[in-house]
Design a protein around this ligand. Structure first.
Ligand code: NAD
Length: 318
């Protein structure tokens, strides 16, 4: 297959592009590196992709450039965007709208354009943040959205754009990712900040009291779900939760990390971030039924993998 992966210089996009190339597909890796919130990490991922057989790099801004050629594919996996709840407030709101909503709107229009010749199957990244906080049961895909931040609102808008494109005949599906971690995790994300703080003898910066829980999901599981969704015959318009079914509190994750790093867990609490959920919890019955997918990697194994990556990265740098 010819597969377009947008956001391929990003955390999840890099893994997904590598996995498609590893499976023997022809990959067009697309990214606007200058839009990355983590430019140094993006450049490293981009350089590594450049060395992969079967991968062609295309630097393009989905919110501004001509996208006609990108739609000429069997599959488009759309992972480009501006992630993160905290950075979406205030000055970050316009960029969040641009790189999530405008970029998706333009990409879907290009895929629907008769000039593209064929209509690719499209997989679009959304987020558990569309749900807000979970109550006493896991989030189900049909639960009404309760976005509590500009980022979450942008993802609700993205989902509406996908639903409209499906009505216009595009075979598109939406994946709601839950907090993703593992090798190459974005530097603004919790575990990345925790590991780096601990390794430098600093207290771990925690937003809130650490009792908030998350369906932390290893990037290898997320990649497997994304490849499965791109190759399965899902009904157009399908929305799937892609998250680990057992939430873990931030405190428990910190204890695990401290054990792996051989340090005493010392934290510094900061005010909770506005719009951050107190609990995310994924009901994955639909993904199990339609894709045969469920997350396999638990927090002990997954965090050990991420810590290993931080160590190897330091060794390579020094
Ligand atoms: P990331 O920031 O690492 O990667 C996003 C990439 O998109 C970056 O390389 C950036 O340069 C690129 N990009 C941004 N704007 C662009 C534009 N206008 N044109 C082309 N490229 C552009 O983010 P990630 O963590 O890999 O997340 C990937 C997707 O998954 C995003 O849509 C994000 O909202 C979603 N998501 C991520 C998580 C998570 O825990 N990481 C959770 C839920 C949803």
């Amino acid at each position: 297959m010819r597969v377009v992966v947008t956001g391929a210089a990003g955390f999840i996009g890099g893994h997904v592009a590598e996995a498609f190339a590893g499976a023997g597909h022809e990959v067009l890796a697309v990214d606007a590196l200058h839009r990355s919130a983590a430019p140094e990490a993006a450049r490293l991922t981009w350089a590594a992709l450049a060395d992969r057989a079967g991968v062609t790099l295309v630097e393009a801004d989905l919110a501004a450039d001509d996208l006609t050629k990108l739609a000429d594919a069997d599959v488009v996996v759309h992972l480009a965007g501006r992630p993160g709840v905290r950075s979406s407030w205030g000055a970050g709101e316009a960029a969040t709208e641009r790189d999530n909503v405008t970029a998706t709107q333009r990409l879907l229009a290009a895929c629907l354009d008769p000039a593209a010749g064929r209509r690719p199957r499209v997989v679009v990244a959304s987020s558990s943040s569309v749900y807000g906080s979970a109550g006493d049961r896991p989030h189900r895909e049909d639960d009404p959205p309760r976005p509590a931040s500009p980022y979450a609102r942008s993802k609700v808008a993205v989902e509406h754009l996908v639903a409209r494109a499906v009505r216009e005949g595009l075979p598109a599906v939406t994946l709601r990712y839950f907090s993703v971690y593992g090798p190459r995790q974005r530097p603004d994300m919790a575990f990345h900040r925790f590991v780096e703080a601990a390794r430098h003898g600093r207290p771990l910066p925690v937003f809130g009291d650490g009792r908030q829980s998350r369906a932390f999901t290893h990037v290898a599981d997320v990649t497997a779900a994304t490849l499965a969704a791109a190759t399965a015959d899902l009904p157009p318009g399908t929305v799937l939760n892609v998250g680990h079914s057992e939430p873990v509190t931030v405190r428990d994750a910190i204890d695990l990390l401290a054990g792996l790093l051989g340090v005493r867990p010392r934290v510094r609490e900061y005010a909770p971030a506005a719009g951050d959920a107190t609990r995310t919890w994924a009901d994955t019955a639909r993904a199990e039924r339609l894709l045969g997918w469920s997350a396999r990697i638990g927090p002990a194994e997954g965090l050990a993998d991420q810590v290993r990556w931080h160590r190897e990265r330091t060794e390579r740098a020094g």
